[in-house]
Design a protein around this ligand. Sequence first.
Ligand code: NDP
Ligand code: GDR
Length: 346
Amino acid sequence: MSRKVALITGVTGQDGAYLSELLLAKGYIVHGLKRRSSSLNTARIDHLYQDIHEKDVRFQLHYGDLTDSTNLIRIVQETQPDEIYNLAAQSHVQVSFETPEYTANADGIGTLRLLEAIRILKREDKTRFYQASTSELYGLVQETPQRETTPFYPRSPYAAAKLYAYWITVNYREAYGMHASNGILFNHESPIRGETFVTRKITRAVAAIHHGKQDCLYLGNLDAKRDWGHARDYVEGMWRILQQEKAEDYVLATGETHTVREFVERAFGHVGKTIEWRGEGVDEVGLDATTGATLVRIDPRYFRPTEVDLLLGDPTKAKAKLSWTHTTSFPDLVKDMVESDVKLLA
Ligand code: NDP
Ligand code: GDR
């Protein structure tokens, strides 16, 4: 039996690492696109590395970039993938306000470049395409819970770029009959989440404070609400989306929402600290209820020019058609991340 071949862009990121593990466990040959960088950027996938001189190598990395179409065409031609998972992106919402043009290029046009590579190589019937779409598309609240039919209202250069990527994926499906799908994924986290996203920033700080290596955690908007799940569950959903006979778009979410503030309280709870909130607005602080020490302060630098206040997804379609559901609860996710960072910093 010949093995299925997958190409994952963004293989060095959080989701790329979990998806590689999943596909290798399912017997796939996995090709990953990684960027050249002056410092090592493969920490999340080093455990999957195989020397290319070994026999039956099933995990291979290729240098590439979503801003370079000739390179994408060549890699698709060389690897002949049955499935492409387009996970590569400048994925930080706040950074997208600083680098809007680059974000549009990589996240928006990058998706078009990959779809064109499939078309140029006449692989419309041979390669299935997954686009990493996002709950950030919903932006300014139009309806909750947010589902596949909820209108989009992007609130950042990142979300605007992902809006283009969403629609160009739909268009290539309709125009060329490609098996191309969007997974509209709500926030998903893990112990290998990027350090500057709020959940990991909190769990790292909690661990550092616990070990006496840091005094205080600086945050922005504590009242933003997010539907947080575990990345391991979400990559399973990505794979299921591409196994469907008909390509369609799906929301993957937990159906629960929590504030950043709640995440902070729970995370500190795991190292035995209770937070008492005092003050208001930028003067609000989080005190250690036992010692009175200030553990959390607000830094307005972390406020966004336009914020997404509330994300709450409705995964009904994914449950019905993909038999997909999240398996890690919010309390277990926070616990998993804090415990991992406490261990890492010990
Ligand atoms: P990460 O930021 O952890 O990973 C992004 C990956 O993209 C990294 O491998 C990064 O490489 C790579 N990358 C960035 N720019 C380029 C480029 N120009 N060319 C090639 N590769 C590039 O993101 P996640 O794993 O969390 O998310 C995966 C995808 O899912 C992203 O597209 C994200 O926008 C989207 N998404 C994520 C959600 C989440 O909650 N995690 C929710 C919804 C959507 P390097 O390691 O070198 O930086
Ligand atoms: P998000 O994730 O913007 O939802 O995008 P992030 O963790 O960055 O922010 C979540 C919420 O927390 C608030 N916040 C802070 N955020 C950061 N990063 N740093 C802080 O200090 C801070 N303080 C408060 C933010 O304002 C926001 O409301 C993530 C990314 O993975 C995207 O790629 C993905 O598309 C979406 O999730 C779904």
